[in-house]
Write a protein that binds this ligand. Structure first.
Ligand SMILES: *Cc1c(COP(=O)(O)O)cnc(C)c1O
Length: 409
């Protein structure tokens, strides 16, 4: 018999979202009349916009004609789309040949592990999006887990005490550093000074940063960097992973991209980009051509207007939630809301509460589903994540109910 991949044995049970779903189901079963509203999801809810929808439809139509049909395209992505991304999002920062189109950011984060292998040390923000660690566990780079987490992973607590920016000195030399900004779940967005510190640390200590910028489109403060390549030295130490999912509502359409600069090298001087090109051509066969046509439309003038309005819709939801969560009943209970207006997530601390206890209380008394912060890592304990992905009426109704929540113990 074939031995099971040890990485899968080491993988801790995917606990967070199944557990949230289970508690919701059980509550509904015992309260059949409850109208439960979810502020817990990291999934988009609003329809694709007209100009982008038209581009998807037109391309699909074209594929149904002899003249318009095409089969496999370039595995690295349609050349026009690579050039468009470089031109619109990375002017003077990256070139078209450094942009690789994919079926999404999560898939790229998983695939990227094949570049580094099992001997690589891993550092992650705590709390963090689960795939950084789980992807490392599967390839054997994270080792086994004990009560402190995975042995091969350096956890970097990001809490209100350090302004949600980690102590970089904890990171061992030659680590692969996963960094997400705007962050899921904390919503924290790194400043230029912070990113510069991170980049300088990485360059000095032989580290490579995997920078997840999936929420860049939510950044409204013009002083905040939208890509790590706004720090020029990042070209020697960083890979950016990005996505149309939260930008254009492509969570189901599936389209993402990565930027791997030519200046990025392994210890032996060889090019990371060349190996990534190899991964994308050998293990991946290119993103859907229909999705790529939608991506092109999302980046032209009309598309940019539409995606901005789409993201603004969620930011307006977030604003309504912010008003509610900073209301008197929350303030009197010492609740702290961390939100700067540059992310779809509000990260809310309930001092004296365990995340799952406050989750249950809000589900029970408001019929609102949230996401317990502790599910994203130990430093998330006492926090709850509120997501602004939802229809406006649901968000308003949820806010109404939350404004009546009695918190004093
Ligand atoms: C939603 C999300 C992504 C996007 O993943 P896709 O596979 O492109 O849909 C990536 N990173 C984070 C942190 C996310 O929350």
């Amino acid at each position: 018999m074939i031995e099971r991949n040890e990485g899968f044995e080491n993988l801790a049970a995917g606990y967070l979202f199944p557990e949230v779903a289970k508690r919701r189901r059980e509550y509904q079963a015992s309260h059949p009349d409850a109208k439960i509203i979810s502020l817990g999801i990291g999934n988009t809810t609003e329809p694709l916009t007209p100009h982008i929808t038209k581009a998807l439809v037109d391309y699909a139509q074209k594929l149904g004609t002899p003249e318009g049909y095409s089969g496999y395209g370039d595995e690295q992505g349609n050349a026009e789309l690579r050039a468009k991304i470089a031109q619109v999002l990375y002017p003077d920062m990256a070139s078209a040949d450094e942009v690789f189109i994919s079926d999404g950011a999560k898939c790229d984060i998983a695939r990227i592990q094949t570049l580094f292998g099992r001997k690589t040390k891993i550092a992650v923000q705590d709390p963090a999006y689960p795939v950084y660690v789980d992807g490392s566990v599967v390839v054997g780079a994270a080792g086994k887990s004990d009560e402190n987490g995975y042995q091969g992973v350096t956890y970097l607590p990001c809490t209100d005490e350090n302004g949600f920016f980690p102590d970089l000195e904890k990171i061992p030399a030659n680590s692969l550093i996963y960094f997400c900004s705007p962050n899921n779940p904390t919503g924290a967005t790194a400043t230029r000074e912070q990113l510069k510190k991170l980049v300088d640390f990485a360059n000095k200590n032989g580290c490579i940063i995997i920078f997840d910028a999936a929420y860049y489109a939510f950044i409204r403060d013009e002083k905040l960097p939208r890509t790590i390549f706004e720090i020029p030295e990042a070209r020697k130490c960083a890979i950016e992973i990005n996505s149309f999912s939260k930008l254009a509502g492509f969570t189901g359409v599936r389209l993402g991209w990565s930027v791997v600069p030519s200046d990025l090298k392994f210890a032996d001087g060889s090019s990371v980009k060349n190996d990534w090109n190899r991964v994308m051509t050998t293990l991946f066969n290119g993103a859907s051509n229909i999705a790529q046509a939608g991506g092109m439309a999302a980046l032209d003038e009309e598309g940019q207007k539409e995606t901005k309005a789409l993201v603004d819709y969620y930011l307006e939801n977030a604003k309504l939630m912010h008003e509610t969560l900073t209301g008197k009943n929350f303030q009197d209970a010492g609740v702290k809301v961390y939100y700067t207006g540059d992310s779809p997530y509000l990260w809310v601390k309930f001092p004296g509460w365990k995340s799952w206890d406050i989750f249950d209380k809000i589900l029970d008394e408001c019929n609102v589903v949230t996401t317990p912060g502790s599910g994203f890592g130990p430093a998330g304990e006492s926090y709850v994540r509120f997501s602004s992905f939802g229809h406006r009426n649901d968000v308003k109704e949820a806010c109404q109910r939350l404004s009546k929540l009695v918190l004093a113990k």
